[in-house]
Write a protein that binds this ligand. Structure first.
Ligand SMILES: [Fe+2]
Ligand SMILES: [Fe+2]
Length: 330
């Protein structure tokens, strides 16, 4: 049976997380002025090709366009996660509340979390429509290239978070990644960054910091009390998802590279090399440090340490090495 601690300290933290004011900045984005194509949309160090040798052979105009395409791809993926994964999971969490007596403060925090994600998804989709009005006039996705079976599985498990508590780990890892994306983009000089993108990342950052805290509470509530068999199965599933879909830049980044070469035909001879070097990033320490590491995803890694069934994440995440219990900071 699932239980929940109701200590006064934790309750007040959740109340604060649920009651944080909605900042007006997001609604203040100028959606009318055409996009500035001379600026970057993303931090260069977040783009996978940056970690390959072939990136040094690209011209400035190629790097700029690759940067913009990668940001649009990220917008598609984040909006997909927010609308079809997180909102579905959070709605399911709420509806199972009746039998499980979820504490009112956690319930309020989940409601607020879901509303935030709907609002965020609108912003990413608006950014893409502003960036490529023709591409996104009738569809929301042009660059995201996740295998159909994986999309269907993601939708299925998101609707059943109690049966598949791996949902909360996917949620935590992806939200901590989103937080790192905002952090890095906020460090790019304002003269280089497209101002609407800069505003969106700035607005997303504090919300995602709150969501990561709520994700920890959801893991405490829905995952921690489960049997060892359920926990081991969840850890195995998570390892497969991270290893095949989340960490290696193959599917969507491959499509971005092909779109880039279609726009700049002089790059066509380099495409096989780019795709090969992208696949090889699975063993790149620098790339893994950026994606998932104690610096970029500290909460996720600290929770891996706490649950022995997640220590095997080192098999797919090069930057993860479990910390011995005695060295963990409480
Ligand atoms: Fe979000
Ligand atoms: Fe979030």
């Amino acid at each position: 049976m699932l239980t929940i601690e109701t200590g006064g300290r934790r309750a007040s933290t959740l109340e604060r997380l649920a009651a944080a004011p909605v900042r007006p900045g997001e609604d203040g984005i100028d959606w009318r002025t055409p996009i500035d194509r001379s600026r970057w949309f993303f931090c260069e160090t977040l783009t996978p090709l940056y970690y390959t040798k072939v990136y040094r052979d690209l011209g400035t105009e190629h790097k700029l366009r690759y940067n913009q395409l990668t940001a649009m791809m990220a917008n598609e993926i984040i909006a997909f996660m927010e609308t079809e994964f997180l909102v579905a999971a959070l709605t399911a969490v709420q509806s199972c509340d009746g039998n499980r007596r979820m504490a009112p403060d956690l319930h309020a925090a989940v409601l607020r979390f879901r509303d935030d994600e709907r609002r965020h998804a609108d912003i990413w989709q608006n950014l893409n429509r502003l960036s490529e009005p023709e591409w996104y006039a009738s569809v929301n996705r042009r660059l995201m290239n996740i295998p159909r079976g994986a999309l269907m599985a993601a939708r299925l498990i998101a609707r059943r978070p109690v049966a598949f508590p791996v949902v909360f780990w996917i949620q935590l890892a992806q939200e901590e990644r989103s937080l790192e994306i905002s952090r890095r983009c906020m460090r790019v000089s304002p003269e280089m960054m497209e101002p609407r993108y800069a505003t969106a990342y700035g607005a997303h950052l504090p919300d995602e910091a709150r969501h990561v805290q709520i994700d920890r509470h959801l893991i405490d509530y829905f995952y921690r009390p489960r049997s060892i068999a359920v926990r081991q199965a969840s850890a195995l599933l998570f390892r497969m998802i991270v290893g095949t879909l989340l960490v290696t830049p193959v599917h969507s980044t491959g499509r971005v590279v092909r779109v880039l070469a279609a726009e700049y035909p002089e790059l066509a001879p380099l495409v096989p090399q780019m795709l090969r070097q992208l696949r090889e990033l699975g063993s790149s320490v620098g790339y893994h440090e950026m994606m998932y590491s104690r610096r970029s995803t500290p909460v996720t890694f600290a929770l891996f340490d706490e649950f022995p069934e997640f220590h095997q994440m080192r098999a797919v995440l090069r930057a993860y090495e479990p910390k011995p219990a005695w060295s963990r900071v409480k």
